[in-house]
Design a protein around this ligand. Structure first.
Ligand SMILES: [Zn+2]
Length: 326
């Protein structure tokens, strides 16, 4: 990501819908690829508290559109933890798999507008192509046609700057054509790509504010691009720092982060608050759950995290010991 430095090209920079009178509809959107680990708990706590702090709604959406990556029972496990930890979401839980018609419609409208095209390139075809921080920079090989019978769909990109002003991380800009190239919206295996699904679902649910881990920030310009092509409004974005273990790795399933213990809600929530830069009193760990949430709601301030991209689990030794983070 680079910072915006050319105000003459401001036309494609999403300004979001910041306004004191704008309603706040936030969300937490876990993928059922494993249990809820501490890194996801941080995003859940922060997005919930920020929504409440702004007098808004907090929706819960299960992003279950990638069956090969899903783990049996993970959805139930995640929901049980959230419930046990006292999270209160507004309205029914939504499941991304139920909005596939809307995903397909969005893809069709991009095709109809001449903004999407089939790509038959295999992994091997792209092996020698230059890579950037976002992965392979697709060189546009199939822009002028593709004879393969087995293909993915890509969306056309441009090289104008696309970006947004992040509440915590400031101005973020990418030139998609040179930084990612035309990216996939429908996978070769027929599954909807994450970037497309998340944009369609945020729009369907009227999400006005997206608060999530900074590890997802570099995909946000691609989402803003899709919002612009589809005529959607762009939500406000707030990317919070991600938790890293003592080896400097992001807490994630691939690095072996375990699920948070279902029966240690108070302790884990207080650890999460500490890691999120809040300063809960020491004795809050032994307080009832309702008091933990009451303190959190009264004192929540996300802006203490301005400019921060990593939170060491060492900030909270208890989190490390009790969640198998080390
Ligand atoms: Zn191709």
């Amino acid at each position: 990501m680079s910072s915006r430095n050319d105000s003459s090209e401001i036309g494609t920079i999403a300004t979001g819908n910041a306004s004191g009178s704008t309603p706040y509809i936030g969300r937490f959107a876990p993928s059922p690829t494993g249990p809820l680990h501490f890194g996801s708990l941080l995003a859940a706590v922060a997005s919930f508290l920020e929504a409440r702090h702004r007098g808004g709604q907090w929706l819960l959406r299960v992003e279950d559109i990638d069956p090969p990556r899903e783990q049996p029972g993970a959805t139930d496990d995640i929901l049980r933890v959230l419930e046990n930890y006292g999270f209160e979401w507004d309205g029914p839980i939504s499941y991304q798999s139920t909005s596939q018609d809307a995903h397909v419609d969005a893809i069709q409208s991009l095709k109809d507008a001449g903004k999407a095209y089939p790509c038959g390139c295999s992994r091997r075809d792209l092996a020698a192509v230059p890579r950037g921080p976002l992965g392979v920079i697709y060189p546009g090989t199939c822009r002028n046609g593709c004879v393969a019978s087995d293909f993915a769909l890509r969306v056309l990109t441009d090289d104008i700057p696309v970006g947004f002003d992040d509440q915590l991380q400031g101005s973020q800009v990418q030139r998609l054509e040179s930084e990612s190239g035309d990216f996939i919206i429908l996978r070769r295996d027929g599954l909807i790509a994450y970037q497309l699904a998340v944009v369609v679902d945020d729009n369907l649910q009227g999400i006005t504010h997206v608060l999530r881990g900074v590890d997802l920030m570099d995909s946000t310009p691609r989402q803003v691009w899709l919002q612009q092509l589809l005529g959607y409004s762009t939500p406000e974005y707030c990317h919070i720092p991600v938790a890293i273990n003592e080896r400097g790795q992001k807490l994630s399933k691939s690095h072996g982060a375990k699920g948070v213990a279902i029966d240690q809600a108070e302790t884990n929530l207080v650890s999460a608050l500490e890691m999120l830069g809040q300063r809960p009193p020491r004795d809050l760990r032994s307080a009832p759950l309702s008091e933990v949430w009451q303190w959190a709601q009264e004192h929540w301030d996300v802006n203490v995290l301005v400019g921060q991209t990593e939170i060491s689990t060492e900030t909270s030794p208890m989190a490390e010991a009790e969640n198998g983070l080390s």
